[in-house]
Write a protein that binds this ligand. Structure first.
Ligand SMILES: [Mg+2]
Length: 382
């Protein structure tokens, strides 16, 4: 079998799908994207496609290593997201060619179901609690919310109190029947992270995500030394080489590689194994579409240390399309009591509504994240 063609579709809300065709008629789908820089990743996919066309798609390891190493320069969000989408599509092709779901090719099921969590948008406590109650009614008991709004490098106690009020009121309204993680989203720098984590600790959040940016990961062990709240990070780490130093330095309790940013299934299985060796759990980052989610689930079902799966149903920044809009076999993604179950169709197990993908990809608007400013006019992290 040989790869014959790569086609990309940029789609609402802020996604990109990749279709890889072969001379035997088997087609694989991947989801290579960096939210807000889809066109840059698209260009990279087509440049890297030169190394893939004409090759045997079964040789995933060789293609991956070629894409990573043969360009001399490597790593980073654009190149690793392009590789991720190609890698996902190749696993999809392999599974379809062999007639088995991808998790079988990864060694088979290590669990029967995986717990999912749901984002709750809104910065006011009442909105958060309202969102949680609706999601709890359909079976979710684990949530993630923003830990704070924009936070200055050195900010005032009113900002800290506002952040703490959300956690306090969530606990008051929902008790300990639910769990919630708090995503600092890279908005917080080391000086305020110390303060915030201390104040939030009494409300026992399940984890604090990106307490500081991954580029400041040397603070993770220092912050972990001051708190019992597990620290999560990984959506802005793009390979096992990025994770290596963070894992070795300690401080991380939950690794959150993104299957569409960190080299795909091939690389994230390795990241998962590295994390397991450090007693670090796995909770793949996934605010993206159905192919990314399916890829995550296959890794979760084959990785002992996987504990939670993010998913984007109803997520506040996906406007214009929902997780399963482009999926034919929606029923395979049905959650029960907040758990996902194995996808049992050959390959990734996602049947794409290609007609709709083609239609919706026409004149797709470019998504950009908001640009925030501090009161003094300097740029703030979103
Ligand atoms: Mg995050």
């Amino acid at each position: 079998m040989k790869v014959t063609k790569l086609t990309t579709y940029r789609l609402p809300p802020r996604w990109m799908f990749l279709k890889i065709e072969t001379d035997e008629g088997i087609v694989g789908w991947g989801e290579p994207v960096i939210e807000g820089r889809a066109k840059s990743v698209e260009a990279a996919v087509h440049e890297l496609g030169e190394y893939v066309i004409g090759k045997d798609p079964a040789r995933i390891n060789d293609i991956w290593q070629t894409l990573y190493r043969a360009g001399f320069y490597r790593g980073g969000p654009i190149l690793m997201s392009a590789i991720a989408g190609i890698d996902q599509a190749l696993w999809d092709i392999k599974g379809k060619a062999l007639g088995v779901p991808v998790y079988q090719l990864l060694g088979g099921l290590v669990r029967d179901r995986i717990k999912a969590y749901s984002w709750v948008g809104g910065d006011r406590p009442a909105d958060v609690i309202d969102g949680m109650k609706k999601l709890a009614a359909i079976g979710f008991d684990t949530f993630k919310l923003n830990g704070c709004e924009e936070m200055g490098l050195l900010d005032n106690s009113r900002k800290v109190d506002a952040a703490v009020a959300v956690a306090a009121q969530v606990r008051e309204a929902m008790g300990y029947d639910i769990e919630f993680g708090l995503d600092f989203h890279g908005r917080v720098n080391a000086p305020m992270a110390k303060v915030l984590i201390k104040e939030l600790e009494p409300y026992r959040p399940l984890f604090i995500e990106e307490p500081v940016l991954a580029e400041q990961a040397e603070y993770y062990p220092r912050l972990a030394a001051q708190t019992s709240i597990p620290i999560a990070a990984g959506e802005r780490m793009f390979s096992r080489f990025d994770f290596k130093r963070v894992l070795a330095n300690g401080g991380l309790s939950i690794a959150q590689p993104d299957l569409s940013h960190a080299g795909g299934i091939t690389e994230c299985m390795k990241i998962a194994s590295m994390a397991e060796a450090y007693d670090v759990t796995l909770a793949p980052h996934c605010p993206l579409g159905p192919i990314a989610l399916a890829s995550c689930l296959h890794v979760d079902f084959a990785s002992y240390n996987a504990v939670l799966q993010e998913q984007s149903m109803g997520i506040h920044y996906n406007k214009g399309a929902e997780l399963l809009d482009y999926v034919v076999n929606k029923e395979d993604f049905t959650m029960n009591d907040g758990y996902f179950y194995p996808l049992n169709k050959p390959g990734l197990g996602v049947e794409i509504n290609e007609e709709l993908v083609i239609e919706r990809s026409k004149n797709t608007a470019d998504w950009r994240n908001p640009v925030w400013r501090y009161p003094d006019g300097s740029v703030a992290e979103w």
